[in-house]
Design a protein. Structure first.
Length: 291
């Protein structure tokens, strides 16, 4: 049986083998669409409100009419979580501008958006990976100028991740004009002299939901933090580097361009944050709203 047996497509749940999208769909032809990924822990959706806020911002930014109201989105995600069953899962949602009658860069205003969603098992980062951390390469950011939109046009991200892998690293940290921004699919954090730093939100990076939670956990637990631009030269002197995302959670980076970060092992501040994050997940699994 495939990992994903059933999907949601345009108002219906269907077996994945029966799901069909037009070859004229603009998501297929142009990558004209946006997406969201929402973790589910023990049947409870992780920060659904914040994910829906980001979805609405992405739709508005690219001019796709929101096909559902807030209550309908919430009901869909709750149903996706229910159908996924017990355990942890991630719900992937994609909305494209829809299918036209021909391929044309200019689109008519009355297209009906295509709505697709699926659930997949979510196991979280492997324990052995957390114990050793990951390696990253710094690469020049070749993406477009609106990285704050969670768009399905991810070819540049794919190329950058692949380049990092072919260079023997797990991922890349992207540089633009001498400043470190984020990973290929994750937010960036740095610890220097006991203070946690992350780049401020801008058009050049995605506003991460997990990123915001990490800052909230730092504030709640007395960890000093700042939103500041991170020069490449400062990143190379960092005591700790982390990458965060909905599926990777808080991942320690222990090698940067082949050189150890700090002592080359996950740092003490990361260990504290990892514990706070796992406690937050457990509260969510128990039905608490505090996460």
């Amino acid at each position: 049986m495939p990992e994903v047996a059933e999907v949601y497509l345009d108002g219906r749940f269907v077996p994945i083998g029966d799901a069909r999208v037009s070859v004229l769909d603009r998501g297929f032809l142009f990558g004209d669409g946006v997406y969201e990924v929402v973790p589910v822990y023990g049947g409870h959706l992780f920060r659904l409100g914040q994910h829906l806020d980001r979805l609405a911002a992405s739709l508005a930014a690219v001019g796709i009419a929101d096909p559902y109201d807030r209550a309908e989105w919430e009901a869909l995600f709750v149903e996706m979580a229910r159908r996924a069953g017990p355990g942890d899962h991630s719900v992937y949602l994609q909305i494209t501008r829809g299918a036209d009658v021909r391929r044309d860069h200019v689109y008519p205003p009355d297209l009906k958006p295509t709505v697709f969603a699926m659930s997949s098992p979510l196991s979280g980062p492997p324990a052995e990976q957390l114990a050793r951390g990951v390696s990253v390469r710094t690469l020049e950011d070749i993406r477009w100028d609106r990285c704050d939109i969670k768009a399905v046009t991810l070819l540049a991200n794919v190329m950058l991740r692949q380049a990092a892998r072919e260079a023997g690293a797990d991922d890349a940290v992207l540089l633009r004009h001498g400043f470190a921004l984020e990973g290929t699919a994750s937010s960036l954090f740095m610890v220097h002299d006991g203070v946690l730093f992350t780049p401020p939100k801008s058009r050049h990076l995605l506003p991460g939901v997990t990123r915001d939670l990490v800052l909230e956990l730092a504030e709640a637990n007395g960890l000093a933090w700042r939103e500041e631009s991170i020069p490449e030269t400062v990143l190379r002197r960092a005591d700790e580097i982390w990458l965060t995302s909905s599926t990777r959670e808080v991942m320690p980076v222990t090698r940067l361009d082949g050189e150890p970060v700090g002592d080359g092992m996950p740092g003490a501040v990361w260990k504290r944050m990892h514990g706070w994050f796992q406690a937050c997940k457990q509260r969510l699994r128990s039905g608490s709203e505090s996460c």
